[in-house]
Design a protein around this ligand. Structure first.
Ligand code: TXA
Ligand code: MG
Length: 318
């Protein structure tokens, strides 16, 4: 199959309506989209990405008024967060009703709903009149794409079209938040931070760690967002600047702030990955606010590989 980059959202909407999959831009990363109410179209997403069938997909809708079509109970906190952050990079995990097919949610009883902000994605939603299921448009485990060209590097020959919406303005995925009784739990850190959510809801927000997060958000695997070149996390990049090995240094310290780091995170990893280094080295950012989402991606991209200052391997999963 030849993959073409297109510019007209109407062509993308036609693809989705016809039960095919197409890559669409969002403000976070590019998504691989299908009609969420069409199980055979959704199956194509899993097959194309080689995504494990236990990992549920996010369903994108045009506005908060759509939530009651697909979710059972919508807590007040959801509306409070949405007032400020939707449309935008936040995903609400709510108890599902039977309208969304089981394949979308990998058989679990919750559904992840997001209202994307990208104008082209919003036009496609309006033209289709259907909820759209879309994971990031990368092969499973790989770096998320933030341009149409990145999507081609991942999926060329596997899909018909990529709708070009330019470079994603955020560059890191949405925050995935579970609402359970009165509790608010972050399942995946993203652009909207724990502090942002606490501020608008006036409630404490918790984060799942370790085993609990695997059960509640099955997609949270240790190895993810990975370059082909092994990525190590070091405490001090200076050491590697002087080592005469073919090491690619990915230094996010060059950016002015965490937003700029998030914007360049996946593209810098992808560029370094294309340069034939023996390995890549990076360091974590300060672990607060948006830094949590950035560090989460870096740790997963390194599959748990870390080194101490003098270059010796502290812990390696592989
Ligand atoms: O910014 C984003 O969220 C992008 C754009 C395309 O919208 N999408 C994205 O999708 O990052 P994906 O599939 O790469 O990541 C979705 C995450 C996975 O970790 C998945 O396990 C989790 O959301 N998720 C989806 N449905 C869930 C559910 N019902 N319960 C818990 N976690 C869920
Ligand atoms: Mg993904």
């Amino acid at each position: 199959m030849k993959t073409s980059i297109i510019n007209n959202p109407a062509d993308a909407a036609l693809e989705i309506t016809a039960g095919r999959i197409v890559a669409l831009p969002t403000e976070t990363v590019y998504g691989l989209a299908a009609d969420a109410l069409n199980p055979s179209a959704v199956l194509k997403i899993y097959e194309t990405k080689k995504r494990p069938d236990f990992n549920p997909l996010i369903v994108h809708v045009s506005g908060i008024e759509e939530f009651e079509k697909y979710a059972e109970i919508i807590p007040e906190s959801v509306f409070k967060i949405a007032e400020t952050y939707s449309p935008g990079p936040i995903t609400y995990v709510l108890n599902k009703n039977s309208v969304i097919p089981d394949i979308v949610t990998a058989g679990i009883d919750t559904v992840a709903l997001r209202i994307p902000a990208h104008p082209l994605f919003r036009q496609v939603l309006t033209m289709c009149g259907k909820p759209i299921a879309a994971p990031s448009a990368n092969m499973f485990g790989r770096i998320s794409p933030t341009t149409a060209e990145d999507v081609l590097k991942e999926l060329d020959g596997k899909i018909g079209y990529v709708l070009d919406g330019g470079r994603c303005r955020i560059g890191i995925e949405s925050t995935v938040v579970r609402f359970e009784d009165d509790k608010i739990i972050i399942l995946r850190h993203g652009f909207v931070t724990k502090e942002d959510i606490e501020k608008v809801t006036g409630k404490e927000v918790t984060t799942l760690k370790g085993k609990a997060s695997k059960i509640s958000s099955p997609g949270m695997l240790l190895s993810h967002y990975s370059p082909h070149t092994p990525l190590y996390i070091a405490e001090d990049l200076e050491y590697f600047k002087n080592v005469n090995a073919n090491a690619g240094i990915v230094d996010f310290g060059v950016y002015r702030d965490l937003k700029e780091t998030a914007l360049n995170l996946f593209s810098d990893l992808r560029i370094a990955d294309e340069k034939n280094f023996n390995y890549l080295v990076t360091r974590l950012v300060e672990n607060k606010g948006l830094g949590r989402a950035i560090n989460d991606r870096l740790v997963k991209a390194s599959s748990g590989r870390a080194v101490v200052e003098n270059g010796s391997v502290l812990f390696s999963k592989k």
